[in-house]
Design a protein. Sequence first.
Length: 225
Amino acid sequence: MSWTIISLGGAIIVPDDIDVRFLRKFRALIKSFKDRRFVIICGGGGTNRRYNAAALALGRPTNDDLDWIGIRALKLNAELVRTMFGKAAYQKVVDHPNELKRPPKEKIIVAAAFAPGRSSDYDAVLWAKRFRSKKIINLSNVPHVYTADPKKNKSARPVKEMRWSDYRKIVGTKWLPRLSTPFDPIASTLAAKLKLTVLVLDGRNLKNVRRAILGRRFIGSIIHS
């Protein structure tokens, strides 16, 4: 069985409070696939946002300081997600793919991050490289990639399919803590180099997520080489 790589955005794990209802449904969806294995890389979400805001209010943290807070926040989310899968998941959250000398017997690996300067999307790319997967399913609270930030630009329109070269023109090449993009610029650079395909979709629509996992037509965006 091949591995399906899922980047699970923190904004849908902890939008403000922990979304237990969503997590129950997400768990049921993942466990319903008896013939698939999953790596689920978690983001920081509202936990990261609150702690970053407090750090900024209390002093002058560097970008690396803020990223390290984000890494700790997403590790907490990852521990929660690992725990909810019980014995179906590998016994610990894995920070880096190289920590595993061989694939575990469990069908689910829950992963975190290990270094500042990028989001957990970058870790998803590293897992895709490790398990030779050519596709990442990126779940967030937005349904598409847009031509611009729809929160700031009312004329922004959704894009169903695009190449990495065009996507990177939209998101740029620099990372800043709490940067809100469908797939972060640093991860995008490596994904383009590895010729990966990333599916961007709203993770809260679990029927749509199922279609994406199965390789069927889904509502969202596809970024590829």
